[in-house]
Write a protein that binds this ligand. Structure first.
Ligand code: PEP
Ligand code: MG
Length: 323
């Protein structure tokens, strides 16, 4: 098995019928990069930039952020790095940035909502990212986008900061993709509209599941509603992927589900382009993908979308008889 792992590390991710998928990594700090490369990561699909803010006693400066982004972007040697802008709020707090007391923090002031409201924090982050774009292949995405207007506002601020740098003669890469996380069912329903402005979608299933089933992701009393294979969720996911492709965009996933061995055959059958997961899941997932023939998975997807329950879908996937 060790030998197989070694070979897998340096091979690309291809299904049994020769279809290519990208296996990318979720990271929290530049220190995670070693594990990504050791496990054959083809990209970074999610850099959770809020850890820079959480591991700091005050708001990180533009220079501090630039150094951290540069390290990851340069360290990936030209492979794409998707940095998510600050996703604070919900269950993530900063001692130096007081947030309002809320009845429902996960439905409240968090992520892009804070960035659009406290624009100086957002602009500083964007400038640091734009500077880091010169060291590799950077992509940027916004968390918790619910409406077209939010995305347009965020993108306009980004365009403004970029233009200011260009006007000042500072170098900026010209191939930066700007996309968004798909974490809110309402955004999924208008994916066609959002795709007019966003370069890509990355499905954040950890939040998409909690908002689909209206069940707090950290509340054990309702944890039975964490149902990644429930057809309601699968239909939302398929809609994101199909819509992205219709509009000529790509779709990835960076929630836990992307590295889930029951979900992977379903997501391959739906044509998900990028699977972003913790570094420790990457080789196992690549190994599984090599065994699967995507032409045989479309039937599985149809059956799963038509099932009644999470459990029924698990049984359908088990019938594939993989492993
Ligand atoms: C998600 O919601 O699936 C996601 C990747 O973001 P986070 O887990 O950081 O909220
Ligand atoms: Mg999320």
């Amino acid at each position: 098995e060790q030998a197989e792992w070694g070979e897998l590390k340096d091979s690309s991710t291809t299904s049994a019928d020769g279809k290519h998928f990208d296996i990318a990594a979720n990271v929290g700090t530049p220190d995670d990069l070693g594990a990504v490369l050791d496990n054959g990561g083809e990209a970074v699909g999610l850099f959770r930039s809020e850890f820079l803010y959480m591991n700091s006693a005050a708001l990180p400066t533009e220079d501090e952020q630039f150094e951290a982004y540069k390290k990851v972007v340069a360290g990936m040697n030209g492979k794409q790095v998707v940095v998510r802008t600050m996703d604070i709020g919900g269950d993530k707090h900063l001692p130096y940035l007081p947030l309002p007391e809320e009845m429902n923090p996960f439905l409240g002031y968090r992520a892009i909502r804070i960035s659009l409201d406290q624009q100086e924090i957002f602009r500083t982050q964007l400038r640091a990212l734009l500077r880091a774009s010169n060291y590799g292949k950077l992509a940027i995405m916004f968390p918790m986008i619910a409406t077209v207007d939010e995305f347009k506002q965020a993108r306009a601020i980004y365009d403004e900061e970029k233009q200011k740098m260009v006007n000042a003669g500072q170098p900026v890469a010209d191939n930066i993709e700007v996309g968004m996380m798909m974490e809110i069912p309402g955004a999924v329903m208008i994916a066609d509209k959002l795709a007019k402005y966003a370069d890509f979608f990355s499905i954040g299933t950890n939040d998409l599941i909690q908002y689909t089933f209206a069940a707090d992701r950290g509340n054990e009393h309702v944890s039975y509603l964490y149902q990644p294979y429930n057809p309601s969720l699968l239909r939302l996911i398929k809609r994101v992927i199909d819509t992205a492709h219709q509009e000529g965009k790509w779709a990835g996933m960076c929630g836990e589900m992307a590295g889930d061995q029951v979900a992977v055959p379903l997501l391959m059958g739906m044509g998900l382009d990028e699977f972003s997961m913790s570094a420790t899941s990457m080789l196992q997932t690549r190994s599984l993908m090599k065994k699967l023939d995507t032409t045989k998975l479309t039937g599985l997807v149809d059956q799963a979308l038509d099932a009644e329950s999470n459990e029924e879908v698990i049984e359908l996937v088990k019938k594939l008889g993989i492993k």
